[in-house]
Design a protein around this ligand. Sequence first.
Ligand code: ADP
Ligand code: ZN
Ligand code: ZN
Length: 716
Amino acid sequence: MNQIVKVAIPRPVWQVYDYQVPDSDALPVVGGRVRVPFGHSVAIGVVTSLESESEFGSKLKSIDHVVDEEELLSLDLLRLAFWMADYYHFPIGAVFETMLPTEAMRGRKTNVEPQKRWSIQPNKETPAFKNAHRQAELWNLLKDRKSLTDSEFQELRADKQVLSALLRKDMVQWEYVEDEYEYRPAGFELSAEQDTAIQSITDQLDTFGVHVLDGVTGSGKTEVYIQVIKQVLEAGKQALVLVPEISLTPQTSDTFKSRFGNVAVLHSMKTNVQRFDVWTRIGSGEHRIVIGTRSAIFAPFKDLGLIVVDEEHDTSYKQDDSLRYSARDMAVVRASFLQVPCILGSATPSLETLHNVDRKSYLLHKLWHRPGTAEMPRFNVLDIRGHFLEAGLSPVLVAKIKQHLDTDAQVLILINRRGYARTVYCLDCGWRATCDDCDVKLTLHETPRTELRCHQCERRYRVHESCPVCESSRIRSFGAATQQIEENIGSLFSGVPLYRVDSDSTSTSTKLERLFRDLRAERKCILVGTQMLAKGHHLPNVTLVVVVDADAGFMSSDFRAPERVAQLIVQVAGRAGRAERRGEVWIQSVDPDNPLLQALTRDGYEGFVKSEQIERRIASMPPCTHLALLRAEGSNAEEQELFLKDRLDEIDSPQIETFGPVPAPIARVSNRWRYQAALISDSRAELHKSLRTIERHSPVRSKIRWSIDVDPSGMS
Ligand code: ADP
Ligand code: ZN
Ligand code: ZN
């Protein structure tokens, strides 16, 4: 009897394909790869099931070749792939394209040879290398580092031949790494809060559960992860830690390495071959702890016992093109498949996560305090209506900055450069453009012409020349102040060292590390920075944080903008100051009575969340409802609009509210027009039913590039 296999082909196709298995020595396995004829060429696919018959009968093609005789993708990953195809309405083939490392799709063989750990021969005297400089260099490196594994050599781009030469001279030795790990205790006692959190999480290591670790910045969340991971390793299992961006914050992976030794790191800076090598070693169980960015959620594990998502609120967990998945949400799904715990850690948990805590589907663990006595800085709002601004700063704050600099402290000016959907406002009275017919802020569009649009009812308005309330002509939109401040701040405080932290000026981790080291040594200086500052670095000498344009977030027409800006402010503020000098945070605003801003400054992030939850409920926005965006882009604007309109017309469910199509907040990018439409529903099931009716409507490769974004990270 011939066997049939179902094979997922990593191409933009909506189904898996049946193939026949010819009689041969090698048998395909579920989760292993096969090479198959596909269209007019061949492809490397993944076997998703073994069958005894096929609805296509005897017309089936045969597989060419079995690549893996052992599984490459574990069953939980296969299940996750089908789950994602369903949930994100994305072609199953393309889901595999996203999941698999490039080298896996090229058919590279897995390397099952265990790694070696190298060290110098201990009983030998320091050899005289004479002219063998490269041997001397490598030997000294090994001596400094005590030992290095094959992958660590690879990462350092060391020449294997030099190592072989040293081995021939009997100057180095090696042993197999296998699945070793070591644990080194911290140099401090756990706080009572940490202890409680660790206890209650480790009490439930054998079942699925989502544990939200909500702890202020610097409260020692990492130590909680480490202690829980230690117990997972002791039970013989592996642990996965997801982090937003390793390249900018290498200290997180350094901490884990220094505490556990054998830690694999998966991030986008690695070459394809390196990635695949690490990936397969995780699959074989050789690596016990894996730290990685978004796509590490797709790494195969032999026996995964825990998933940690650090800074779970971070938007970089959401992929914003192709398969628009959230690695945070997939961590929860995968943990549920495996029946293991998932920890979501943050000082500023997302509203989605807190909603799940309220519904009792996630468990909350709190760390209220920083170890030691460091206090969180005090928050203040400065009303800048009617103020004359110098370099985007009110004179009150210019004076305050000078005052702090005079005491040799550092000042941080936070610029919020995220591309929010923009609106216009009056600089003198704080009036904002809202729709006459709806309760929403108007969105500013620059193309095809400058105008304001209501994204609810689609009514259009001309941009006001003067304020309808106070008649001032100082009507502004956000963004302008940001550029101005960067250009002019230097001349405003001449003689004071000025540092900049943004993605243009500090693109590499080494540059960033050097900058933070300089800052720790530096006395008075001004630091101008963007949201990059919210990522992981502590700034002990900063005593004043000035937030220039928080209004851009609080007044944006994008419902998620206030959450993002509140998270940014709280994260950055939490990194400033230390025990001896309590810091202060000043937020400039033309809308100082904004209830969200008030709540944030009075009661901190928690207060903000309470107010924002109410706003979301009133506006029927997530997490109270479920949202999907349809986007289309192409060279002809009308075509995009019409295409989306046709899609919305296909929906006939009373439980779905649709909005749009409207031009995207940035309506034209490199001469392609972008439109969007939204679907909102109280019922997740109804939303998905509607999305299913439209998902396959147009072929994947149509003239119109369009996409479905389930749980979008914003409205742009
Ligand atoms: P978070 O991730 O919550 O912002 P970290 O985990 O980075 O905080 O911890 C901040 C600092 O506090 C680290 O230097 C860490 O070593 C230290 N730390 C953690 N727990 C304790 C403790 N119980 N006692 C003293 N220091 C601690
Ligand atoms: Zn006004
Ligand atoms: Zn309207």
